[in-house]
Design a protein around this ligand. Sequence first.
Ligand SMILES: [Zn+2]
Ligand SMILES: [Zn+2]
Length: 150
Amino acid sequence: MIKHEQAIETLRLKGHRLTPQRLIVLSIIASSDGHMGVDEVFQAAKKTYPYMDIATVYRTLHLFKDLGVVTEVAIGDRLHFELTDLDGHHHHMVCRACNGAFNLSPHYLAEFRDTLNKEFGFEPDLEHFAVTGICIDCQRSEFESKEKQK
Ligand SMILES: [Zn+2]
Ligand SMILES: [Zn+2]
């Protein structure tokens, strides 16, 4: 992953002012492991900076995207923004309970790709591969609410 400081440096080097709005949006994406939609970034930004408006968040995210600092990823039917992955591509696990997205390193799918190649001569497009399921936190809270009902 590109580092938060690296991203700020890129902005500065390319001659973009480090406005509070830009720094807030960047730090929100950096601190949360990204995977946030425009609206989620906006909601989080408003907490630190009440004057933030969604148009600014939108413009800021697209500036970051143009600079290559942030990547827009389609996960399921949602668009997420995350800090650009300098190691190339990663896949995602998406929780259907909380909508959270988690990174999945490509090496977990290397064997799967190999199998499809060897057994079927099939070359899969795994770039947009996402696995849906239930994340560990949601499994825990589900378990806890069941325990309470007993
Ligand atoms: Zn979850
Ligand atoms: Zn990701």
